[in-house]
Design a protein around this ligand. Structure first.
Ligand code: ADP
Ligand code: MG
Length: 729
């Protein structure tokens, strides 16, 4: 009987691409058709209601009940025109995915029939039974209530037949149970801090928005192969599997031409995205085989975060139509590149200035340098928090553990900016500058070109790179909710900007002129944050050594990385910025550890099952074939000839039996270690124990299983091999 694997392979070889026709109209004609955006609001809402919503979006002004009713009824009318039958509050719980509970629009009517109903209170607030969402102890079990509340700054949309209303999710006592609540607070915080600093340069600025453009990497795998790998469908990554003879050595997949089957899939999800107003712009092959990337044009960060969550859902759904599965896991395959989600981040003023873009005049360039240097200083001071913000079980296998890139935070700015910062560091002194020195300095600063040549082909090995007019936080995991790193980044930079303003004010009160005060503070920051700057190869071993000399941390295991969530500095930072309270931080820390433990536990179980129920029985089958063969030879041949002819078989029997015994023993040891870890009550100790004593077995077991994969008869091996998962489609 053919194995599941061989049947799956046959299915893949017979696949036909599922053609997707281009829409008959231009993209601009249907872009955002399923979004209740300002244009549709104008059409469906009274003037009063429309203006209230716009005010709520722009200034965070509350919407009163009467107006909420009007908005609800306009939204309902629009949604029903878009064929919606249900509505849901759509939120981002800390489990990492998105949550929705659909309610039908209709309500019983007096005449015994039903009417379509959707009131203001249903729009503004809901009370989902929240007891199964992670709360990290913020919700006592007897108080299962959690509230969702409308976020007018992200527009409602229709997906399928459901009106989805973006909401925050908080506990009965007001603590955040989601990503959106602190994200909005962090955006508010950095807005105020950045506006205050802008005032030093540009009086007209009254609002600063964070812009975010994410790049989403992912792998595709055929549905049949995916279903033949329990490790993939239960854990998202392969726990066993020998490397393919050829994988990414030749880099021949990168930017290569995209196959029809994949093109149709991409086209399909792009069309769906456009209907929802997600401005996907680029698509290309990545370095690893069957790895791809897509990226939209950047947007305001809250909207961008919602759009990324929406896109991941859309991609998963659309992939099934094309007999694909999307792998968002950070490290689905050992030995080849993992997937990240680069977060391109900048700040944009309401006067239209990108604060991380060099300008045309010395004044605008001084403003640019101010934001650049403050960001570097913030990353320097809070590198461990930024590291913690991206620490997830999946990212542990991608960063640091065994393969590049390491989990060291550093900042790349390119050689041109490095030399400008070096000059500032050397030349600006605390004594008063002569007019000549001042002119010279202004000239230097004025010389910053608008396009920084070396940043267009910037260092791809840096976890945090300046790329010409934005920073690119590249260490973020591909499955992450981008709000998590954004909350941290906005808060640390906001906090730094507050400090900068204070430092400049102190000097100005001592009658130091404004520009000079700015220079002096920047010089101080350049010196203080110098060690975080690194322009070399971030994947090299030399950097690991160099970073250690510089005193930069390199925490590769997740439980240790997460500790940063509850240090006094973090608690103070988030307290001062009012983004997260101490209780909320502790809850988040607990939830992250819980998720880590559960995932490690599942992986350990799956690995044990694969080894004992699949690999060992297969090896025994092959062992029997060899034994029978040897016995047959023994009957046929005289002793001397028999010994010669059976040598390969006997050696093979010995080798596979040895590997098999080791696999069995290691699996038993791992199970015992798991049992011991499960008995630990304290979640911090438990997570650490899992990391040190359970996860530590994974690679050891895998090593022997992978050896067996290379020896056992290919036709009976039960699991799709790396070469099949990476190269067939
Ligand atoms: P690359 O692959 O060279 O990094 P991409 O075009 O794939 O470039 O992605 C770059 C991302 O950066 C896009 O989402 C783009 O919109 C975004 N981006 C560009 N300018 C800004 C900005 N000022 N703020 C935030 N994101 C930006
Ligand atoms: Mg890119």
């Amino acid at each position: 009987m053919a194995t599941v694997r061989l049947k799956a392979l046959e299915e893949v070889l017979n696949r036909k691409p599922v053609d997707v026709e281009l829409p008959s109209v231009k993209t601009s004609e249907y872009f955002g058709i399923n979004v209740f955006d300002k244009n549709k609001m104008q059409e469906y809402l009274s003037r009063e209601a429309y203006e209230s919503v716009v005010q709520a979006i722009n200034q965070g002004v509350r919407i009163d009940r009467k107006v909420a009713n009007q908005v609800a009824s306009g939204m309902k009318a629009w949604a029903i025109d878009r064929r919606a039958t249900h509505y849901t509050h759509w939120f981002h719980p800390l489990s990492g995915s998105t949550a929705e509970k659909h309610d039908a629009f209709f309500e019983p009517a007096d005449n015994g029939g039903v009417i379509e109903n959707f009131q203001g209170e249903m729009l503004v607030q809901q009370e989902p039974d929240a007891s199964s969402f992670p709360s990290g102890g913020l919700r006592n079990t007897f108080e299962a209530r959690g509230y969702t509340a409308w976020d007018p700054s992200s527009p409602a949309f229709v997906y399928g037949n459901t009106l989805c209303i973006p909401t925050i999710f908080v506990s009965y006592t007001g603590e955040a149970l989601d990503y959106k609540t602190p994200l909005l607070k962090s955006l508010n915080f950095i807005d105020k801090a950045a506006v205050d600093v802008c005032q030093l340069f540009e009086k007209e600025v009254s609002k600063v928005n964070v812009t975010l453009g994410w790049e989403q990497e992912y792998f595709l795998i055929d549905n049949a192969l995916y279903n033949a790998r329990p490790d993939l469908y239960l854990t998202g990554r392969t726990l066993i599997g020998h490397a393919s003879a050829k994988d990414q050595q030749l880099s021949d997949h990168y930017f290569g031409s995209i196959s029809d089957r994949v093109t149709y899939f991409m086209r399909d999800f792009e069309i769906e995205s456009y209907k929802l107003g997600i401005p996907i712009k680029t698509r290309h092959n990545e370095v690893a085989p069957n790895q791809f990337e897509c990226a939209p044009r950047y947007e305001e960060a809250n909207l961008a975060a919602d759009h990324n969550q929406m896109l991941m859902t859309i991609m998963e759904k659309v992939a099934k139509k094309h007999n694909f599965r999307v792998l968002f896991h950070e490290k689905p395959y050992k030995g080849i590149n993992g997937s990240g989600k680069h977060n391109n981040w900048s700040m944009l003023t309401d006067t239209g200035r990108n604060l991380l873009s060099p300008g045309k005049t010395p004044k605008s360039n001084l403003q640019f340098l101010t934001f650049l240097i403050n960001t570097i200083k913030a990353v320097h001071d809070h590198a461990d928090l930024l590291r913690a913000s991206i620490a997830t079980a999946g990212n542990e296998y991608r960063l640091g553990a065994h393969e590049a890139p390491p989990a060291i935070m550093s900042v790349f700015i390119g050689s041109q900016l490095t030399s400008i910062l070096d000059q500032l560091e050397k030349r600006v002194t605390n004594k008063k500058m002569t007019p000549d020195e001042k002119t010279e300095l202004k000239l230097d600063i004025g010389k910053i070109p608008e396009i920084l040549m070396d940043n267009t082909d910037r260092n791809r090995t840096s976890p945090f790179a300046f790329t010409g007019n934005r920073f690119e936080f590249r260490a973020v995991g591909s499955s992450a909710n981008v709000a998590a790193p954004m909350i941290a980044l906005n808060s640390v930079v906001g906090n730094q900007l507050v400090q900068f303003k204070k430092d400049v004010d102190v000097l100005m009160q001592k009658n130091v002129k404004k520009d000079e005060a700015i220079f002096q503070v920047l010089k101080k920051y350049i010196i203080e944050s110098k060690k975080i700057r690194f322009e070399g190869n971030g994947y090299s071993n030399d950097w690991v050594k160099e970073a250690e000399k510089r005193g930069l941390s390199n925490v590769s295991n997740i439980p240790d990385a997460l500790k940063e969530f509850i240090t006094p500095e973090t608690i103070k930072l988030f307290g001062d910025s009012q983004v997260l309270s101490e209780r909320e931080l502790e809850a988040r820390y607990d939830i992250r550890l819980e998720i880590y433990v559960k995932r490690a536990q599942i992986e350990a179980r799956v690995l044990g099952d694969l080894a004992r129920n699949h690999v060992i029985p297969t090896v025994i089958k092959y062992q029997n074939v060899l034994i029978q063969n040897v016995m047959g030879l023994k009957e046929l041949y005289p002793k001397e000839l028999f010994e010669k002819l059976s040598k390969t078989q006997l050696d093979t029997i010995t080798t596979i039996s040895e590997h098999m015994t080791i696999v069995k023993d290691l699996v038993e040891l791992m199970i015992e270690a798991r049992k011991r870890a499960n008995e630990i009550e304290d979640i911090v100790l438990k997570a650490t124990d899992y990391s040190r004593n359970v996860v530590a077995y994974f690679d050891k077991i895998r090593y022997h299983v992978d050896k067996l994969e290379l020896i056992v008869d290919d036709s009976i091996w039960p699991f799709p091999k790396y070469r099949e998962m990476l190269f067939t489609r």
